[in-house]
Design a protein around this ligand. Structure first.
Ligand code: FAD
Ligand code: SF4
Length: 677
C-alpha cells in the first residue's frame, strides 16, 4: 500500500458540508494524527474555505499531496474528535499561518493571515508558541516526526552521532527498523546457543529472516553480507575486535600506487580514536610497535588464555609480531557495566553487557538527553525540497502504516548496504540514478575484507572454546606491502577461540564434520584442542563490486531489497594464499600436529564498507571528509560506507571515530549549515 492509499483509508473527511467559498489555495504543511497515534506533517497543496458554521472558522476540502492526490482532513490530537482541523500553517517565509484553532486549549480560534491581523509578526510568534505546545503534547502520547536532525539507523555510527548531537542540545529523531535488544533473550544462557547461532541468531539476515531484517540478494556475491537490525546495530552480534587502521592505510595510492588516498590521515583521527575508546570501554595494552605512540587504552588487556600464550611464545621464537588485541570488551567494571566472564558467546549477543555496543554505551544517555529513538521505523526514501535539500524521510511501521519525518539535517547511518539502498531507492524524475549520486558512485566500491581461516590441532587440552571471541592476540607481521610477494597490501591476523561442542561437530570455520563411529574421536580432537588464526585481508576498491536494488526481492514492507555483486579480486586471492601459508607456519611453530585452512569463507561479510566513499572531488566521491554529501548539502553519511579503502583490520573502531569527527564538525559549523526553508 502506498502512503497516499494509507492516508486515504485512515482519514475521514468531514468539512465539505461547511464550505462556502474558497478563501485561498496555498501550499501548506498539514499535521495529521493517524489512528495509531502517530503524528505526520506533509507538504501539501491545500484549499482553505470559509466555513458556514462559526465554531469551525475554516475547514479543509482538499489536500493534494504531491500536487495530485485527494486526501481527507485531519483530527486534532489534543482536542480529539472535537476539531477536524489542526496545526495548518505556513512557513515563516509565507508570512501568515492558519493555526491550530481548537488544539491548544481552544485559545487560537481565528484564521490568522497578515491581511486580517495587522500585527502579523506578533501573531506569528503566538502561533509558533501554540505550535510548539501542540507538538509537545503530541509527543506525550505518540512519536514525534519533526526534528532538527534525523538519523537513520541506530547502530554503531548512529549511536555515536546521536550521543554528540544530544549533548550539543539538538532536537534529534532516530528511525531504526529493528527493536531494542533484550539481553535476557540472548541465547548464550541456553544449551541450544550454538544451534540458535546457526539460525535465529545467525549473522546473516537471509538466514535469520526476521521481519525487522531486510533480505539481501547475494547470489552474485562471493561473500555473504552479515549484519543485525536493532538498537546497537550489527554491534549486537559483532565480536568486539577493536583495532585501528594503520597510518599506511590512509595512503595506499601514495605508498603502493593502488586505489586512492584518504582525504585525512591517521593523525587526524587519533584524538577521535582515543575518545571513542574511552566511550566504548576498550581493553588493551599500549605500546604496540605496529602503531604510532598514543594514549593507553582505558582498560587493561583481557586474558590471552592458553592459546594466546602458546602462539605468543611461537611468534617470539619466529621473531614475528604479536600483541594483546584491543577489544571493545570490558576487562574490569566500567561505567556501570560488568566485566567479561570469558563465556565465548559474543557473536550471539553478550548477556553480561561486557561487550560494547551502542545500545549499552550511547543510546541510554542519548535518550535520557532527549533524543527520540523510534524503533520499528524502516525508512524507504529520503524526501527532498524543490531547492535540492533533504527535508526528511518516509518510513513505514511494522503495522504497515506509512509516515513522514521532517528534519533540517538528515544523517544516514544504516551501514554500507542499507545506506546506498536508501539513496538508490530515493530516485525520482529529478534524481533518476538515486540521491547524492552525481558521481555515479553510490553503491559502488563495496569492500568486505576477504577472510581466511587456518586451524591447528594440538595434543593438549587448551580449553580453546573459552574466552572473548574477537581476538586474544593480533599479528601485523605481514601487514605492509612487500612487492616480492606478488600482491600489494596485507592482512591482520586475529587469534580467536574455536567454539563449543557443536562447533567441534559442525565446524563453523576450517575443518570437516565427521559422523558415524569416528564422531567421538573427531569431537575429542577438536573440542578445546584447536587454535585458529582469522585472517582479514585488505580489499582494494573495485567499481564493479557494488550494491544495487532488486525490485523483484522486497523486505517485509515491500521496499526493494539490496543486491550485491561482489567478486574477490586476484590481488586478494594471492594475498590470502600467502597469509594462509604463513599462518600455517605459525601454528606449526606452536606445535600443531596438523592444520586445516579455509581460504575464502563465504559467510564472512562482517565488514561492509565503501559504498559512498569520501573525497574532495565531487566527480570521484559521494561525500566529503566529514560525511557531507557533495550533492545535497544537508545530507550526511556517517557509517562504514564512507571508507575510501578498507585497510586490513576490523573497521568499527574507525567507523565510530569517523562518525564522532563528522558529527562534531557538523555541530561546530551548524551556523553555516544550509537547511530547507
Ligand atoms: C557477526 C558480526 C561480527 C562482527 N565482528 C566485528 C568485530 O569483531 N570488529 C569490528 O570492528 N566489526 C565487526 N563487525 C562489523 C560491525 O558490527 C560493523 O562494522 C558496525 O556495526 C557497522 O556500523 P554502522 O553504523 O555502519 O552500521 P550498523 O551497526 O550495521 O547499523 C546500521 C543500523 O541501521 C539500521 N537500518 C538499516 N536500514 C534501515 C532503514 N531503511 N530504516 C531504518 N533503519 C535502518 C539497521 O537496522 C541497523 O541497526 C561484525 C559484524 C557482524 C555482523
Ligand atoms: S566472552 Fe565476554 S564479551 Fe563475550 S559474551 Fe561472554 S562476557 Fe560477553
Amino acid at each position: 500500500m502506498t502512503l497516499r492509499q494509507a492516508e486515504r483509508r485512515r482519514f475521514r473527511f468531514t468539512g465539505a458540508a461547511n464550505q462556502r467559498s474558497v478563501r485561498f489555495s496555498q501550499e501548506l504543511q498539514v499535521v495529521c494524527r493517524f489512528d495509531g497515534g502517530v503524528v505526520v506533517r506533509h507538504q501539501v497543496q491545500i484549499q482553505i474555505f470559509r466555513a458556514r458554521r462559526k465554531r469551525f472558522p475554516v475547514s479543509v476540502r482538499s489536500v493534494l499531496i504531491g500536487g495530485a492526490r485527494w486526501v481527507s482532513a485531519v483530527s486534532c490530537p489534543v482536542a480529539g474528535a472535537r476539531s477536524r482541523l489542526c496545526g495548518l500553517f505556513l512557513s515563516r517565509a509565507h508570512g501568515w499561518c492558519v493555526p491550530c484553532w481548537a488544539g491548544c486549549s481552544g485559545r487560537r480560534q481565528a484564521v490568522v493571515t497578515r491581511r486580517r491581523v495587522p500585527g502579523g509578526c506578533h501573531r506569528y510568534r503566538q502561533i509558533v508558541r501554540c505550535w510548539k505546545a501542540f507538538t509537545r503534547r503530541c509527543a506525550e502520547g505518540s512519536s514525534m516526526e519533526q526534528a532538527d536532525v534525523l538519523i537513520i539507523g541506530a547502530g554503531a555510527s548512529g549511536g555515536v552521532a546521536a550521543g554528540a548531537l544530544a549533548q550539543a542540545g539538538f532536537d534529534v529523531l532516530c528511525l531504526e527498523q529493528g527493536q531494542w535488544p533484550d539481553r535476557a533473550d540472548y541465547p548464550a544462557q541456553r544449551r541450544t546457543y550454538e544451534l540458535e547461532a546457526r539460525k535465529q541468531w545467525s549473522g546473516s539476515p537471509n538466514v535469520r529472516g526476521r521481519a525487522a531484517d531486510y533480505p539481501v540478494n547475494d547470489v552474485e556475491s562471493d561473500v555473504a553480507p552479515l549484519m543485525y537490525a536493532g538498537v546497537g546495530g550489527s554491534m549486537v552480534l559483532y565480536a568486539g575486535d577493536w583495532p585501528r587502521l594503520l597510518p599506511s592505510d590512509f595512503r595506499v595510492r601514495s605508498l603502493d600506487g593502488v586505489a586512492d588516498d584518504w582525504p585525512l590521515r591517521y593523525g587526524d583521527l587519533q584524538p577521535f580514536y582515543e575518545r571513542t575508546d574511552a566511550a566504548f570501554g576498550v581493553s588493551g595494552a599500549g605500546g604496540d610497535p605496529a602503531y604510532p605512540d598514543g594514549a593507553e587504552p582505558p582498560l587493561p588487556p583481557l586474558p590471552i588464555g592458553a592459546i594466546g600464550a602458546r602462539m605468543a611464545r611461537a611468534h617470539d621464537r619466529l621473531g614475528w609480531h604479536w600483541w594483546p588485541a584491543a577489544q571493545a570488551v570490558l576487562s574490569a567494571p566500567h561505567q556501570g557495566r560488568r566485566p567479561c566472564v570469558q563465556f565465548g558467546a559474543c557473536m550471539q549477543g553478550c548477556p553480561e553487557g561486557a561487550k560494547a555496543s551502542t545500545d549499552l554505551t550511547h543510546w541510554p544517555s542519548a535518550v535520557a538527553g532527549g533524543v527520540r529513538l523510534l524503533t520499528g521505523a524502516r525508512v524507504s526514501r529520503i524526501l527532498m525540497s524543490g531547492n535540492g535539500l533533504a527535508t526528511g524521510a518516509e518510513f513505514v511501521r511494522p503495522d504497515g502504516s506509512w509516515h513522514v519525518a521532517r528534519a533540517e539535517v538528515v544523517i544516514l547511518a544504516a551501514n554500507a548496504v542499507g545506506t546506498p539502498r536508501i539513496l538508490l531507492n530515493s530516485s525520482s524524475p529529478r534524481y533518476p540514478d538515486g540521491l547524492a549520486n552525481s558521481s555515479g558512485l553510490v553503491g559502488r566500491r563495496l569492500m568486505v575484507h576477504p577472510f581466511a581461516n587456518v586451524t591447528g590441532y594440538f595434543d593438549e587440552d587448551l580449553t580453546s572454546w573459552r574466552g572473548h571471541v574477537g581476538a586474544k592476540i593480533a599479528c601485523y607481521e605481514f601487514y605492509e606491502t612487500d612487492t616480492d610477494r606478488g600482491f600489494v597490501r596485507g592482512a591482520k591476523w586475529s587469534l580467536a577461540p574455536t567454539g563449543g561442542p557443536l562447533d567441534a561437530a559442525l565446524p563453523s570455520r576450517a575443518g570437516n564434520e565427521v559422523w558415524g563411529p569416528d564422531h567421538h574421536e573427531h569431537i575429542r580432537k577438536h573440542l578445546g584442542r584447536t587454535i585458529s588464526w582469522g585472517i582479514f585481508g585488505e580489499d582494494l576498491p573495485d567499481e564493479a563490486n557494488r550494491v544495487t536494488t532488486d525490485s523483484a526481492l522486497t523486505d517485509s514492507s515491500g521496499i526493494p531489497a539490496p543486491k550485491l555483486n561482489y567478486t574477490v579480486n586476484e590481488n586478494s586471492r594471492r594475498l590470502l594464499d600467502f597469509h594462509v601459508a604463513r599462518a600455517t607456519e605459525s601454528l606449526q611453530a606452536a606445535g600443531a600436529y596438523e592444520t586445516a585452512a579455509e581460504s575464502l569463507m563465504r559467510y564472512s561479510g562482517w565488514h561492509l564498507l565503501g559504498t559512498t566513499r569520501m573525497g574532495t572531488d565531487p566527480a570521484t566521491s559521494v561525500v566529503d571528509e566529514y560525511g557531507r554529501s557533495h550533492d545535497v548539502p544537508n545530507l550526511y553519511v556517517m557509517d562504514g560506507s564512507v571508507f575510501v579503502t578498507s585497510g586490513g583490520v576490523n573497521p568499527t573502531s574507525t567507523i565510530t571515530a569517523l562518525a564522532l569527527r563528522a558529527v562534531e564538525h557538523l555541530i561546530e559549523h551548524r551556523r553555516e549549515q544550509r537547511v530547507p526553508a
